[in-house]
Design a protein around this ligand. Structure first.
Ligand code: SF4
Ligand code: SF4
Length: 435
């Protein structure tokens, strides 16, 4: 299978002036990362491996090769899954390298896809109100018959129609709570901020609500600051670094002003990006200390609850469960043990491991939109691993993974439900209430 043709609008040849060259120097070219890299496993070519991409970036940084359409293609076939980071004996932070390379290119795809991506990244993601409005319009389009009519009249361009089939059904309600502070139940053990997320708030409002309930049950006063914005992860992965920094500054100011003991995050990708604000601002003396302070407060919800220790009785949730490690939790944050420990605490849960649970599912931000062919191959492998466990529930604590895996099992007619860890914990508490 050949990599997709890159856009003719790719920038003209020029050396990369701002790359993190010290990270590149760390690579000792041992190749331990190759078999851990999904794109290398699919394509079996060095240029689609971490080591190959490092070579290309090094060559571009030294002006030996141009940053042209081919270079762009190699940078964007990468999922950004960071499986190479955990495999690397030399500690190469490939995520930082690929983000820096993409920052020199900007978003990928056809001219139409680039325009749509930039529109979303610059004019929707930083503005939660606009994002909700856009989602409400999309919901109307999906449900009013407008979509069927547009397709029947051939008004939707082919590429856009393909992308549209990957879009999930927009839910009935969004997360926009009337209050900013939710009191702790019982004696207060902590005051925490909730990073409510952009995709989480639009696609998984129920999950944000469940996260608040579980935190309250565990003695946390929960602050959901209205002034917060999207964490900027999608912007970073798509080469929009300056916009990501602007969004990060806003979150840093907002959460530090809230005076919380921890910032709790229920989306692996957002958690990883937030914990790395420290890196994002390391060359900015006006923000580096505040960014570090913010990053040190950030906790994935499973990490936070495991540290705090669950309190209160958990009722039974009878299910055969398999756990999918989101890349940005396992590889990005090194969190694998805590979600499994919490799952084992729920009476009735039978946890069965799938093979390759920490392999990417092919969602990877907007990869399933920009590289649908590879994304499908990777998803097929994941769905087969799930099927082999005989599980009826997959726990995948990241919105992109949940949507991708749900689409994969649905397409194959499997009777498997996809949930976040918090869904099951919340359900267990409610089961205890009604027992
Ligand atoms: S494992 Fe690390 S050091 Fe070895 S080739 Fe891959 S990136 Fe380079
Ligand atoms: S981030 Fe993932 S896809 Fe990209 S080079 Fe590393 S292992 Fe391969």
């Amino acid at each position: 299978m050949a990599p997709q043709a890159a856009s003719p609008e790719a920038p003209a040849a020029q050396p990369i002036p701002r790359l993190a060259i010290p990270e590149l120097d760390k690579c000792i070219q041992c190749g331990f990362c190759l078999q851990h890299c999904p794109t290398y496993r699919i394509l079996s070519v060095e240029t689609e491996s971490p080591r190959g991409r490092i070579h290309l970036i090094e060559a571009a940084a030294q002006g030996r090769i141009p940053i042209d359409a081919r270079f762009e293609e190699h940078m964007y076939v990468c999922l950004g899954c960071r499986a190479c980071e955990t495999a690397c004996p030399s500690g190469v932070k490939f995520g930082t390298i690929i983000e820096a390379a993409r920052a020199e290119i900007g978003p990928t795809g056809s001219p139409l896809a680039r325009r749509l991506t930039l529109l979303a990244l610059r004019h929707l993601m930083p503005f939660p109100g606009r994002l909700r409005l856009a989602a409400a319009l999309l919901r109307f389009y999906q449900r009013s018959g407008l979509r069927s009519a547009a397709h029947a009249l051939h008004l939707v361009p082919r590429r856009l129609a393909e992308m549209e089939t990957l879009l999930p059904r927009i839910p009935d309600h969004f997360f926009a709570p009337a209050q900013e502070v939710f009191p702790a139940m019982g004696p207060q053990r902590a005051r925490v901020g909730l990073l409510s997320g952009c995709v989480m708030s639009v696609m998984f409002a129920d999950l944000n609500e469940a996260t608040i309930r579980v935190l309250q049950r565990n003695g946390c006063e929960v602050v959901v600051p209205r002034a917060q914005t999207c964490c900027g992860a999608l912007n970073l992965h798509s080469g929009e670094r300056d916009q990501a920094r602007a969004m990060a500054r806003r979150n840093i100011d907002t959460f530090l002003a809230a005076g919380v003991d921890a910032i709790v995050i229920n989306a692996a990708g957002c958690g990883s990006a937030s914990k790395e604000y420290e890196v994002l601002f390391r060359d900015d003396p006006s923000y580096s200390a505040r960014a570090a302070q913010f990053s040190h407060l950030c906790r994935d919800v499973s990490e936070f609850l495991a540290e705090l220790g669950l309190v209160g009785g958990l009722g039974e949730v009878r299910a055969r469960v398999t756990y999918q490690d989101p890349c940005h939790l396992a590889h990005g944050q090194g969190i694998r043990r805590q979600p499994r420990e919490l799952l084992r605490r729920i009476p009735g849960v039978d946890l069965v491991e799938m093979s390759g649970s920490d392999r990417c599912c092919g969602s990877a931000g907007i990869y399933n939109l920009t590289q649908p062919e590879y994304s499908r191959v990777i998803l097929d492998e994941k769905v087969a691993a799930i099927q082999a466990t005989g599980a009826d529930v997959v726990v995948a604590p990241n919105p992109g993974c949940m949507l991708q895996i749900a689409g994969g099992v649905r397409a194959r007619g499997m009777r498997v439900h996809v949930h976040h860890l918090i869904d099951l914990i919340d359900r267990a508490y409610r089961a205890a209430d009604t027992a």
